[in-house]
Design a protein around this ligand. Sequence first.
Ligand code: NAP
Length: 312
Amino acid sequence: MTAPSLVALTGATGFIGAALLSHLTGSGWRVRALHRPRAGRVLASLPGVEWLPGDLDDPDALGALAAGADAVIHCAGTVRGARQADFDRVNAEGAGRIAQAAARAAPAPRFLLLSSLAARMPELSHYAGSKWRGECAVKAASGEMRWTVLRPPAVFGPGERELRPLFRCIAGGFAPVPGGTPGRFSLLHVDDLATAVLRWLTADTGYGETFELDDGRPGGYDWDTVVTLAGRALRAGRPVRRVPVPVSLLRLAALANLGAARVLSYAPMLTPGKVREITHPDWLCDSHAFALATGWRPAVGLEPGLARAYGT
Ligand SMILES: NC(=O)c1ccc[n+]([C@@H]2O[C@H](COP(=O)([O-])OP(=O)(O)OC[C@H]3O[C@@H](n4cnc5c(N)ncnc54)[C@H](OP(=O)(O)O)[C@@H]3O)[C@@H](O)[C@H]2O)c1
């Protein structure tokens, strides 16, 4: 009997990476997962998982990670930071470094970069720019290595931290949503993202392409629809009071948070760049091209997905 194929995974201690790890092992893949050793950290003990200590800054660890792997799934990234350099060091330089390490392996694995829909608007924020530069760095480093880029929109699900406060508020009966922003956006449940990755692994196609992914809802969402569906999922349909937060107030809070982060040295989520992302009018995308290439279909609707992720 031959051993199951090996996938090298980064970011497995994070929200999306943990879901990938569980789906991969559940589907019979062996996984070598990079982790940054940290006091008190307990690593998931799953059959077929080998944890390898290392950082995206460390080319030797990345070489060891990629050696002998059938595929590298690069999911590590940073979504918080005070300066462009905070994002670029991980999302751009780190992505380039692991792509170089993988391309040097013999035979070279296939390479999947988990980018972001934000990469389609690199000028909006340091985060968006770093994800776009990460895509460029992977392509530049790849040589003959087969690569694919996936660009998910905002991802939600168990273990997610950024949207959780909003859904907690909605469960409590009020919804602080950005006021006066008529934008539309796509969403994706983390389990659907994981099945897309599994599908890419088995379909063995879609190389040299950048794919956007969504949950298949035509026209996506606006804030009002999200609040309505979340109210059904988390409050059994009892009313939710909309509390529009003026964008000017969001900007002020973001500036104050950025200033505090620079003084106190923490990695902020709410920054002026994040406000520009939140208020951008068009974060709609669709999975048509990826579905056509691989046969993948999303399966988790927002309402049941929210109930599973944030319900009590
Ligand atoms: N969440 C979303 O809605 C969303 C949407 C689109 C795209 N994405 C992309 O998906 C990826 C994962 O996002 P997430 O929400 O799961 O983030 P997350 O929960 O913050 O996890 C980030 C992961 O990256 C690891 N990491 C960060 N810097 C590293 C470094 N220098 N070396 C090695 N590992 C490092 C973290 O390790 P530690 O545990 O050691 O910190 C963690 O495992 C990111 O690339 C993000 O840009 C996320």
